[in-house]
Design a protein around this ligand. Sequence first.
Ligand code: CTP
Ligand code: MG
Length: 276
Amino acid sequence: MRTVAVVLAAGSGVRFGAALPKQLLPLAGRALLEHSVAAFDQAPGVDATLVVMAPGHADHAREVLALGGYRKVAGIIEGGKTRPESTRRAIAALGPAECKVLFHDAARPLLDQATIAGCVRALDTYDAVGVAVPTSDTIVVVEDGRMTGMPHRDSLRRCQTPQGFRLSVIRKAHELALADPAFADLTATDDCGVILRYLPDVPVAVVPGSERNIKITYPGDLSIAEVLLSAGDSGTSDSGTSDSGTSDSGTSDSGTSDSGTSDGGTSDGGTGAADQ
Ligand code: CTP
Ligand code: MG
């Protein structure tokens, strides 16, 4: 079955605070956005890439991607005001034919091949898949400034992207979400969250992610990404990929490695795949 990667790049980067959306800023000699597009270009399991760009910046992206010579870019469309809206526009642009679709945040430029391959493979068996890493920190629930719960750490994961789906399944979930007036208030709901909420009988597989797959949210994250890229990807282990507790045991990515940085260094703190 055909697999399409959707690179979500329609945010405006408010927290980053630059003059341009962060996905157009340079990282290691090319635009941030290009790193994800290049990763999918190189992925044997991916047939085409659709880029969802911030309104008003599609021409800029078109220029940058044409110069880069990426073979699989099948289209560049404008996204919406929220991430779910951008996802919905991509779903509409993909048309009726069934396929596997991987939604990836352009803000995560250090996507590795093993993670992509793991997602594509998991979609042979599952209709929905998310990428996640274990948390080494203890996570607590805080309400009104007080700790009210401490979920067992072994059951917790930090979500990354890609998130992958059978197109018909994620389309159905978004249709149900759109029909729910409460959905608009769920600002931090990503696509796996839409499945969990609106199609709860659909199992969502978990593919091990990588500690390198950080999200660029604040300017400091870009400096960390530069360091990770210049350190290359050999020689060290990655705690994110050795998670025997994931539900997709067939997707180990021993081929990946990690320069050993911990997420504590990023200012995102691992808040999830798709904060708005
Ligand atoms: N995104 C999108 N459409 C939106 C909002 C976000 O495609 N309306 C994409 C972003 O471009 C990014 C990913 O979703 O690749 C994750 O979003 P985030 O890191 O929050 O980026 P921004 O929304 O741009 O940043 P901020 O929230 O600080 O404005
Ligand atoms: Mg955002």
